[in-house]
Design a binder for this molecule. Structure first.
Ligand SMILES: Cc1cc2nc3c(=O)[nH]c(=O)nc-3n(C[C@H](O)[C@H](O)[C@H](O)COP(=O)(O)OP(=O)(O)OC[C@H]3O[C@@H](n4cnc5c(N)ncnc54)[C@H](O)[C@@H]3O)c2cc1C
Length: 366
């Protein structure tokens, strides 16, 4: 489906289309993705063709809810693929918001339709902007662009024909956000050691060795105001990952009621109804916030950070409760409860991680 066609699908029908496709095609491959035997490029391209990444490509009057809802359908079945959906959505968000018309013309339709896949290397920059670590990529001005060196430890949804966005620092302290091409021989993808989950997410260490980044690949020569513009969208889009995992954990708890309800009822304040009510409140909050991602007030940004923190906390709590409800069944490697638990921890550690969100809130209060 073309970008234009994807845009005319309204939110409900986009969610319905994605749900139907996900339910039919993702369950058979979820274990292969979880164990790292499969990076599901084909699946990603197909949900892209359905419009899953296209609803926020047109920034005028943008509403991030359709993208979040579609992502939550994916994450309800597979957290790894839900995360890759966020990687792609974030990339689309960056390209859609650049003033570099040539870059937008070159990439936007392709990334928004899933024809070209890619990700986001903003964890290190986002941590550096909040005083947690230093920027790992350094660049200097050269004729027609920049020369960039350094390494990022983890960037996901990558492959040899993929692209991703990240930020380097110049000697005078300037920050430049750009798109890197994984096909460039000076941009090397390095395999990572096995993770607890997420091994099928195309995650690599990325080494830049004096890579030439032409001006045509620069999203913003002055990254700080640009990051301020895209940061709420970057964080809010992640909601889909957590909300989908929480929904499935509630379903797992519901399922045990018939056989184990007589004993599971003693799991006080950890009943599916408790999580459903907390989930409903979070969904309502996300829906409001995601409809105005360019809001600039401090109060709005605080609500975004709080919502993201609560989604991570609820995902981990719901996955923990799902383990207790499913018991020995859920402890088996063949059962998805243990996979949901491993995936839920990722919501709490991917940038902005729980500890970073708490730091940000603590610093806002002073
Ligand atoms: C599976 C997976 C996928 C990820 N995908 C992306 C992505 O697509 N884009 C992105 O920008 N970030 C990605 N990250 C990074 C992620 O967003 C977080 O930054 C990371 O999980 C650490 O966050 P933290 O706040 O807990 O940092 P901390 O754990 O407190 O500190 C992490 C820092 O310690 C150092 N470090 C510690 N252990 C190692 C190690 N074994 N190897 C290298 N460095 C190490 C690094 O400097 C790293 O930045 C991914 C991480 C994982 C585990």
């Amino acid at each position: 489906m073309s970008l234009a066609l994807a845009q005319v699908i309204d939110e409900t029908s986009l969610t319905d289309h994605v749900r139907a496709f996900v339910q039919a095609n993702l369950p058979p491959i979820v274990d292969a993705i979880d164990t790292g035997a499969l990076y599901p490029a084909d699946f990603m391209r197909k949900i892209g063709a359905l419009g899953a990444f296209g609803s926020h490509a047109e920034v005028k009057g943008v509403d991030l809810n359709p993208a979040i809802d579609a992502m939550s359908e994916v994450a309800e079945v597979c957290g790894s693929t839900g995360f890759m959906t966020w990687c792609q959505d974030a990339l689309v968000w960056y390209v859609a918001n650049t003033d570099n018309v040539a870059l937008k013309d070159r990439f936007l339709a392709r990334v928004a339709s899933g024809a070209m896949l890619g990700g986001t290397g903003l964890s290190n920059p986002m941590k550096s902007f909040f005083g947690i670590e230093k920027l790992k990529l350094k660049g200097k001005r050269v004729e027609g662009g920049y020369e960039v060196s350094g390494a990022l430890p983890w960037v996901s949804n990558l492959g040899p024909d993929h692209i991703f966005a990240t930020i380097f620092e110049t000697p005078d302290g300037g920050k430049v956000m750009f798109v890197a091409d994984c096909a460039d021989p000076a941009v090397e993808l390095l395999p990572c050691d096995a993770f607890l989950a997420m091994d099928g997410t195309g995650t690599y260490g990325v080494q830049f060795r004096k890579a030439f980044i032409p001006d045509e690949m620069v999203l913003s020569h002055a990254a700080m105001p640009y990051v301020k513009k895209i940061r709420a969208g970057f964080v809010l889009l992640q909601s889909g990952m957590g909300l989908g995992i929480i929904r499935d954990c509630i379903e797992l708890m519901q399922r045990t009621k018939t056989s184990l309800g007589h004993v599971n009822k003693y799991l006080t304040a950890q009943q599916p109804e408790d999580f459903a009510s907390a989930l409903g409140a979070l969904e309502d909050e996300v829906q409001i916030l995601a409809s105005t991602p360019y809001e600039t007030s401090d109060a709005y940004w605080r609500r975004v950070v709080e919502a993201r923190l609560h989604i991570g906390d609820l995902a981990m709590a719901a996955a923990h409760a799902a383990m207790l409800h499913t018991g020995a069944r859920g402890y088996m490697k063949s059962h998805r409860a243990q996979r949901r638990m491993r995936e839920a921890y990722f919501v709490g550690i991917v940038t902005p991680a729980t500890k970073q969100l708490r730091k940000m809130l603590a610093e806002m209060a002073t």
